[in-house]
Ligand binder design. Structure first.
Ligand SMILES: NC(=O)c1ccc[n+]([C@@H]2O[C@H](COP(=O)([O-])OP(=O)(O)OC[C@H]3O[C@@H](n4cnc5c(N)ncnc54)[C@H](OP(=O)(O)O)[C@@H]3O)[C@@H](O)[C@H]2O)c1
Length: 305
């Protein structure tokens, strides 16, 4: 298949591109970052430029599109709500409209944080209640995609993994700080169900092959606190878990509001795929295996600026 991945310089996009390129022809878009790789075709494009989406689809002629490009930094969204709206709501709408017309299948990436985190254990039928500019614009993006292309998949995720810059995921935060012997806070009152970005690649391919459509929670069946996640990273990488100080998110001084309990149910996807999604020990073991294979360094060498 010809797969177009937008946001291939981001945490999710780069891992999806590297995983899927073994069996497919992959095009990955970048904007401000440059990438140098023979593994997939890199397309440098500002997707907000007039006519950019049409040009990109014309140039790459994809069978499948996985739309990862976004303004995914919560504080950047608070600082620039207009840009957040353009990238997280308007762009997905335009993209979905054009992908629908082209007949390609689409996965649009959304987030667990469309919920306010008061209840937890959310299913796809629960009503979202976004707390921040990021979550609100992502929820509006979901709605815009579903309206423009009802057959598209909207995937609410939470993820970690190795990134180009080494600072895009919570796993990297714990790994690099603990490796330097730096103490860090681990929130005991924020819960999530993250998956490894590399595992998401296989899951997305199966969802596309099965021709699924509609809204799915694509998360691990095993949920945990951010503190517990840090402890599992420390244990697997043989780092000092005592450096992670149990803390409340209320002590964090973070600008954008965070939802405390983002535990999501993924039964709908488990039933559709006929398999259970990876548990935390599986994801963290693969994160470690990638580290042993020199994957983080390999990612750094792809980066040109
Ligand atoms: N990370 C998470 O834990 C998480 C959790 C829930 C949901 N998600 C969702 O998953 C998706 C991927 O997230 P991520 O963490 O991989 O994001 P990321 O690391 O911040 O990457 C964002 C990507 O968007 C691209 N981009 C931004 N503005 C663009 C523009 N004007 N034109 C073209 N490309 C542009 C960036 O390109 P340049 O860097 O080259 O400019 C980058 O490749 C997003 O939809 C996000 O909302 C992520």
């Amino acid at each position: 298949m010809r797969i177009l991945i937008t946001g291939a310089s981001g945490l999710l996009g780069v891992n999806l591109a590297l995983e899927t390129t073994r069996r497919h022809k992959v095009f990955g878009t970048v904007n401000q970052h440059s990438l140098k790789t023979d593994a997939f075709s890199v397309v440098q494009i500002d997707l907000l430029a007039p006519g950019a989406v049409e040009r990109l689809l014309d140039q790459t002629q994809p069978d499948w599109v996985i739309h990862c490009a976004a303004l995914a930094n919560l504080d950047a969204c608070e600082a620039n709500p207009l840009l957040a709206q353009k990238l997280n709501t308007h762009l997905p709408h335009i993209l979905a409209k054009h992908v629908a017309r082209s007949g390609a299948r689409l996965i649009h990436l959304s987030t667990d944080s469309v919920f306010d985190g008061q209840q937890g254990d959310y299913s796809e039928d629960d009503a979202p209640a976004p707390l921040s500019v990021y979550s609100r614009t992502k929820l509006e993006g979901e709605m815009a995609v579903r309206q423009a292309y009802p057959e598209a998949i909207v995937a609410r995720v939470n993820l970690y993994g190795w990134s180009l810059t080494g600072n895009r995921s919570l796993a990297e935060f714990f790994f690099y700080n603990l490796s330097r012997g730096e103490p860090v806070m681990g929130f005991t009152d924020v819960f999530f169900c993250p998956l490894l970005a590399n595992h998401l690649a296989n899951i997305f391919i199966k969802m596309l092959e099965k021709k699924l459509s509609g809204l799915y929670h694509v998360v691990s069946p095993e949920c945990l606190s951010k503190y517990e996640f840090g402890q599992q990273i420390a244990q697997r990488f043989k780092l000092d878990g005592k450096l992670i100080k149990p803390a409340s998110v209320s002590q964090s001084g973070l600008k954008a509001a965070r939802s405390p309990n983002l535990t999501l149910r993924s039964d709908k996807l488990r039933l559709a795929l006929g398999e259970t999604l990876p548990r935390q020990s599986t994801g963290i073991a693969e994160l470690f295996a990638l580290y042993q294979q020199g994957y983080p360094q390999k990612l750094r060498t792809l980066q040109m600026q």
